[in-house]
Write a protein that binds this ligand. Structure first.
Ligand code: NAD
Length: 305
């Protein structure tokens, strides 16, 4: 399969390397020249369990040199999705599908405004990766990947992606209705990310105080109500699921926490911010907790020195 990955940061590089190692023709496309140059010079370094291996992958920073692809994967941060979708459109051939495994809500919807909606595939992945430096990532965790057509239903190309990913050791399955899957991951992020980002704590710290847990429960309750207004019925115990994930990833700093620590813009707009905008769009109940968390993170990130 000819695969182009737009956004070759931690996750794009990881998926690119695993797919290259299993024999797929991968091209990484990123705007970060130092990273692209390092990959082309030395290969991509992947650290796993204390050992680093190098994978030879083609990396580009100019879209002009990238050819039409069978699959395009978008792995930029969610605030870059419109630009990445415009770029993806240039590599589309007859049967091309465009996949997002980004966190947050809104990425696939933005893509369907720019790309033929019948080509947009969305999903979630439990793989984790960290950017260490130019040309060098850490494979931080493994877990299932779930994908589906954003417009629902089946597609022959989807089965090809599942086969290709599984062959590369990326355990993947397809579902006919992927929206609840994306919503469940969103709600985990709604409960953990902004609170850990604002307070400097690791994920497990969410569980230490009853007052923190009460705040999580309120944020999650609002998000579940907004999902219901969108026709997505989620389990009533979503807050408990958030606590379970916070416990299981207790020593991790959330991705939003890491963004704040490194003075990078966060994905707040696609996480708690998405709950606020979807609540406004659907005219459903007020979401004061998500509104406050969003405003606090936005305030923080707009005052980085
Ligand atoms: P990252 O910041 O490491 O990588 C993003 C890359 O996109 C950067 O290298 C950046 O230079 C590049 N980029 C930005 N704009 C671009 C453009 N217009 N064209 C091409 N490249 C562009 O981020 P990440 O950690 O790899 O995360 C990517 C997405 O995956 C996010 O939505 C994140 O929430 C999600 N995710 C991350 C993890 C994880 O463990 N890191 C796990 C699951 C999901």
């Amino acid at each position: 399969m000819n695969i182009t990955i737009i956004g070759a940061g931690a996750m794009g590089s990881l998926f690119g390397a695993l797919l290259t190692e299993s024999g797929e023709k991968v091209c990484l496309l990123d705007i970060w020249k130092e990273h692209v140059n390092a990959i082309n010079k030395n290969g991509l370094g992947i650290e796993l369990d204390g050992k680093t291996r190098f994978v030879k992958i083609k990396a580009e920073f100019s879209e002009k040199t990238v050819k039409k692809s069978d699959l395009v994967i978008i792995f930029v941060k969610s605030n870059q999705t419109p630009e990445a979708a415009e770029t993806a459109n240039k590599f589309i051939g007859n049967k091309t599908l465009v996949l997002t495994l980004q966190n947050g809500m809104g990425n696939a919807d933005v893509m369907t405004q720019i790309i033929d909606p019948g080509r947009v595939v969305a999903g979630t992945t439990s793989h984790g990766a960290t950017m260490i430096g130019p040309g060098h990532i850490r494979h931080a965790g493994k877990g299932p990947t779930v994908i589906g057509m954003w417009s629902g239903g089946k597609n022959k190309g989807l089965a090809d992606i599942v086969d290709t990913f599984n062959k590369a050791g990326i355990e993947t399955r397809a579902v006919e209705d992927v929206k609840p899957v994306v919503w469940k991951k969103l709600i985990i992020n709604v409960g953990i990310n902004s609170i850990t980002a604002l307070t400097g704590i690791k994920n497990g710290g969410i569980l230490d105080l009853e007052s923190t847990k009460a705040l999580v429960r309120e944020a999650v309750k609002e998000a579940v109500a907004v999902a219901a207004a969108q026709g997505i019925m989620l389990p009533e115990d979503m807050a408990d699921q958030v606590f379970k994930v916070a416990g299981a990833t207790g020593t991790n700093r959330s991705s939003m926490g890491q963004d704040i620590d490194h003075k990078r813009q966060t994905e707040i707009g696609a996480i708690n911010g998405a709950i606020v905008s979807l609540a406004e769009q659907s005219g459903c109940a007020m979401v004061p907790v998500n509104k406050t968390l969003t405003a606090l993170v936005e305030t923080y990130q707009s005052h980085f020195q």
